[in-house]
Design a binder for this molecule. Sequence first.
Ligand code: CMC
Length: 427
Amino acid sequence: MSNIATIEINGKKYELPIVLGSENEIAIDISKFRDLSGAITIDPGFKNTGACYSDITFLDGEKGILRYRGYSIEELAEKADFLEVCYLLIFGELPTYSQLEKFHNDIREQSIIAEDMKKILDGFPQSAHPMGVLSSLTSALIAFNPSSVNVTSEEAIYKAIVKILGKFPVLVAWTHRKHQGLPLEYGDEDLGYVENIAKMMFKKPNKEYKVNPVVVNALDKLLILHADHEQNCSTSTVRIVGSSHAGLFASLSAGISALWGPLHGGANQAVIEMLEAIKEDGGDTKKYMAKAKDKEDPFRLMGFGHRVYKNFDPRAKIIKKAADEVLMSLGINDPVLEIAKGLEKEALEDPYFVERKLYPNVDFYSGIIYRSLGIPTNMFTVMFALGRLPGWIAQWREMRLRKEPIGRPRQIYTGHTLRPFVSVDKR
Ligand code: CMC
């Protein structure tokens, strides 16, 4: 294959290098194209634009493949635990036993939050959306940890990473407890990383907390499945904010805001709300299928479709199976699971969805598991953020270590050309 692409504009030819990824993905390197030709490329929504080189996650949307650092998501979800996956994503290799132990101990050391942070949390109304609270608390961490990370030192980067991996679950748990009107809890050093998260979230003030392995395993799996997804909206946000050399916590807080939207991580909340609405409306899935297909109706089938997957989202397959298992183990019969399965079946047979290659995505079944674990609907996206944290960290670290330039797209201007100013009395 030639390693040069030729573009012709007004009879003049420009040669551009072709680059290949390790899975043979092809890209045209246009970084010098404007210097050569005066033209830019335009691609709203970055549907066909590679923003970086990355060693972290491989995704083949046509084949439904997802791998972290070369390991298949199916194998990781079955055999690894979330903390191992955090280490793998961030540092590139699965940890040895002693590396994992040190990593966990270093995280434990950092899992205390400044008491004054509680005053900030106090200031929010109990009704505040947990994503807004989490994003604000993550930003507020900067005030208590003001020195920015020295990215020329791997040790300083490591310290910042264990700090956020220690503190973020506490913030997630506090956000949940605030919303539930429960007293704030700290964790227990003797517990595993995810066990500790479960305890911090669910411990009742008047009852000893007993680890439920079904709950912990389900959480562990969900966190692994959400841990990274290459250059999605929130991850690109983290990278672009970090590219201005804003600190790690500021970049993460921006990523949380990006994740919140219903077209991205907020879809898990929107799915359950949609399924509930269908149930309340008598369970008429056909009516909602028709609404989703009606171009005059803004309704979309939430949890369906994906920018990159034009085949089954491999995470959705794992989550669907897990939803059945978890609900059975917990003895829960959730009628919305049946509605979800019915909708999925109809959509997969419907020409509108088939032609557009719209399949269930990661968010379609995850909410059903979250709520079986006792997590309220508006906390679902917070759980997604907790899972995505190692991915954001890994991508931020990679971007800084590669000394990527500041992210700054161009545009094609479509506004007025030069016109004279008209004073207010003449307008
Ligand atoms: N329901 C009905 N029609 C849909 C849906 C849907 N969920 N998704 C896409 N379409 C249609 C869309 O109307 C368009 O039709 P046409 O070609 O006739 O105009 C076509 O399919 C392509 O859609 P698009 O919006 O151009 O595709 P996109 O790549 O820009 O958007 C998406 C991807 C995920 C934003 C979109 O599929 C969607 O809004 N899905 C529902 C929200 C959702 O579940 N989001 C979670 C995504 S996965 C987790 C995550 O990223 O956080």
